[in-house]
Design a protein around this ligand. Structure first.
Ligand code: PFF
Length: 472
């Protein structure tokens, strides 16, 4: 059985693939938006605290559950608590994978489109005000871009664990890192970058409120690919000799580092291009990356010429495509491994089937940015206000809500059903000194706090997001 399921070739293979899953649009596209929307440095601070104190133990328990059972999230929970409703937590994860992927490929399609259009001479046009809205509103173009992205994802998942997912992550992640740094150094040399740095790094504590905390927790879960069993699935391919704690920590650290770096690029870029920006007027829509980054590359034209600047711009968007691809692969892997394990279906058929379903749901999100009135003004929440588009609606349910809920249920499950004793036993394989160590005490303490904190924030998020009720 385990021969058929596959395994990572090495510890590094797992770390790269899990980091590949974690690092994606959530870091480069989502994190800067959330930072801008939620008051800058105060948000960054809360994000860091929640990531390391609350999310990290959930990272560990997901990997441990996966490695213990060598199963997909549904099979895993069914094995650890046979005949109980706990496996529905795994089902929620599988469903979240499908629905998150359905809007994720739309945004990945935009990134891919920007790459193609900049590579073919469109930099100046894409750097023009208003061009982003025109771009996302054109249905046929986006249908092709998201379709190609979906096909690439399915093709790699069909390739399997070692030869598909791991091989890609190995080359693409380091290149992304180098490019990101080169750009940060460039932007920081521009006038007014300091104002952006101040907004990003000097916290204004009066900005901290429950809304900022809600946003930080959802963002941390999404960014770490947490709460839907992606790490259970990836953990199921981890060798018993590996140290789960150190692998999980490296992945958490790396993901946070990339998100932080993306903020360090995009926030100062906004201030260099619009020096009159203030904390109150900073733009914070989905277009942040797509509006400001082409302008940064247009700025370069004066120094190095149009074609070299276009080449660099295209290359940057291409790397974001790769970061997104290593994440879409993991999003598809969760439902695919479920279908393979439960339905005894071949990996190829399973990946294609799930891919087709995702694409179908994705059409709604693709049409939600102006192409169709119905999907653009999809629903009004009970709290009132203007109608929300379909993409935002799916994201509000499956990103903001279902991931923290999954995290709450998984940590509750581990504490009260599977028990920390079994968790510790699994961790000790590959880390024999773990029991009784300081690390064990820290993780066990954090694990006891995590479900309460997550539940509290989850309830507040739901009440505020859909019903407009703020408890605190
Ligand atoms: N972590 C990915 C990102 O930051 O873009 C998104 C993601 C991937 C979420 C895989 C959940 C998941 F299972």
């Amino acid at each position: 059985m385990s021969m058929q399921r596959g395994q990572w070739s090495s510890r590094l293979g797992f770390i790269l693939a899990a980091a590949g899953s974690a690092v994606g649009l959530g870091n480069i596209w989502g994190f800067p938006i959330q930072t801008a929307k939620n008051g800058g440095a105060a948000f960054v601070l809360i994000y860091l605290a929640l990531t390391f104190l609350i999310c990290f133990p959930v990272v560990i328990l997901e990997i441990a559950i996966g490695r213990r059972t060598q199963k997909n999230p549904v099979g895993a929970l069914d094995e650890l608590a046979p005949g109980t409703p706990w496996k529905s937590v795994g089902m929620l994860g599988v469903l979240s994978g499908v629905m998150i992927l359905s809007f994720y490929i739309v945004i990945a399609g935009w990134v891919f489109g920007y790459f193609l259009e900049i590579a073919t001479g469109g930099l100046q046009r894409l750097a023009t005000d208003g061009e982003f809205s025109t771009f996302v509103g054109s249905a046929w173009k986006n249908l092709i871009y998201m379709g190609l992205f979906m096909i690439a994802t399915v093709a790699i998942v069909v390739g399997g664990i070692k030869d598909g997912i791991e091989r890609w992550a190995r080359y693409l992640m380091p290149t992304l890192l180098i490019m990101l740094f080169a750009l940060i150094v460039y932007v920081l040399t521009l006038d007014n970058a300091g104002k952006g740095i101040a907004f990003y790094l000097i916290p204004d504590f009066s900005k901290i409120n429950i809304k900022v905390i809600n946003a930080a927790l959802s963002q941390a879960f999404f960014s770490l690919s947490l709460g839907m069993g992606a790490l259970i699935t990836y953990g199921s391919y981890v060798s018993k000799q590996d140290n789960i704690i150190s692998s999980g920590f490296i992945v958490t650290l790396f993901d946070t580092f990339i998100a932080f770096s993306a903020g360090l690029l995009i926030i100062p870029a906004i201030f260099t291009l619009a020096p009159e920006t203030t904390a109150e007027t900073i733009p914070a829509g989905p277009g942040l990356l797509f509006v400001f980054i082409p302008k940064v590359f247009m700025n370069l034209v004066a120094d190095i010429g149009y074609y070299p600047a276009s080449f660099l711009g295209a290359f940057f968007f291409l790397l974001i495509c790769f970061a997104a691809l290593t994440s879409t692969i993991s999003l598809l892997e969760v439902p695919t491994s479920y279908v393979v394990d439960q339905g005894k279906t071949l990996r190829k058929k399973a990946a294609m089937l799930v891919g087709a379903a995702v694409f179908f749901f994705g059409l709604g999100s693709m049409l939600a940015n102006g192409a169709s009135e119905f999907f653009t003004q999809f629903i009004t929440y009970p709290k009132g206000g203007p109608p929300v588009d379909f993409l935002t609606f799916v994201a509000d349910i499956f990103f903001e809500t279902s991931l923290p809920l999954g995290g709450f249920l998984l940590s509750t499950f581990t504490l009260f059903i599977w028990k920390t004793k079994n968790l510790n036993e699994e961790i000790s394989q590959g880390y024999p000194d773990y029991p009784g160590s300081l690390v064990e005490k820290l993780i066990t303490t954090m694990l006891h706090v995590a479900p309460f904190v997550i539940f509290f924030i989850f309830i507040n998020t739901v009440l505020a997001k859909f019903f407009g009720i703020t408890l605190f």
